[in-house]
Write a protein that binds this ligand. Structure first.
Ligand code: GAR
Length: 266
């Protein structure tokens, strides 16, 4: 067996993707081992799944942090290395009402930085090669991303999303796919960037949506594919086969677009 990469995982809920990754690593189907599982939600069932396998866990309770910092977040809670201007400059999130409102945007990023600094403090105990978001339902800001991707040419945060991106980013990929009347659904693993579900795509799997399908069967079909896709993408990372490249394309109207893409070697 080749050298195993160390994978950290962040979850918010049931953790069926986490389970698929743990199973793949325990059965040596991937050259990886899960070194910690963190959650923003103390009730996440995925924490129990990790504990069953003696994987260290921690919780940074976002809800409590958000409640306790209602109003203006106390300056003394902000991490010393937090720079609001850098966050505002780098983010590509659609902050809905916050984007046009400086006070709201400031509040949003300050509270996230307090929570993310707590995540980073917990994670510091467990060195890792790759961080996987496995149903982690919080958007990460540039403050956190820059402290994990310390070498900007080496992306090392992956996310799994329940749609064929770039269609249907956001909180309910399968629901949005189904309600749109799509005849094909799917799931995507991508590297995390400063946007919302916009990072370079690592892998995708698709399934057919038939007239008999309901929202529940669409979710079932999708999740089954997620459990295959995530371990496969982690294995590509472990084999060092994921190369981030820049490509420039000229559109029909003559403008050039530059894209950051993942190329799979070998
Ligand atoms: C999965 O469907 C995953 O794609 C989705 O949450 C579910 C988590 O299930 N993630 C997102 O929507 C991220 N925006 P799990 O906890 O059973 O792995």
């Amino acid at each position: 067996m080749a050298h195993k990469i160390r994978v950290g995982a962040l979850i918010s809920g049931g953790g069926s993707n986490l389970q698929a990754i743990i199973d793949a690593s325990k059965s040596n189907r991937i050259d990886a081992r899960v070194v910690f599982v963190g959650s923003d939600n103390p009730e996440a069932y995925g924490l129990k799944r990790a504990q069953k396998h003696a994987i260290p866990t921690f919780v940074v309770d976002y809800r409590t942090i958000i409640e306790e910092t209602r109003g203006r977040p106390p300056k003394n809670l902000l991490p010393e290395d937090f720079d609001l201007e850098v966050c505002l400059r780098r983010t590509r999130q659609r902050l809905s009402d916050a984007s046009s409102d400086r006070v709201k945007a400031e509040r949003y990023f300050c509270i996230r930085a307090i929570a993310e600094a707590a995540l980073l403090r917990e994670m510091a105990a467990y060195p890792f090669d790759l961080l996987v978001l496995a149903g982690f339902m919080r958007i990460l800001t540039p403050y956190f991303i820059d402290r994990v991707n310390t070498d900007p040419s080496q992306l090392r945060i992956m996310n799994i999303h329940p749609s064929l991106l770039p269609s249907f980013p956001g909180a309910d990929g399968y629901g949005d796919t189904y309600r749109y009347g799509c005849k094909v659904g799917g799931c995507t693993v991508h590297f995390v960037d400063y946007g919302e579900d916009t990072g370079p795509i690592v892998g995708q799997k698709a399934f057919e949506i038939t007239p008999d399908d309901t929202i529940d069967t669409v979710r079932e079909k999708g999740l089954k594919l997620e459990w295959q896709l995530y371990p496969e993408c982690i294995q590509l990372f472990a084999e060092n086969r994921l190369q981030v490249v820049f490509k420039t394309y000229t559109l029909e109207n003559g403008t050039d677009v530059k894209r950051k893409l993942v190329q799979i070697a070998g």
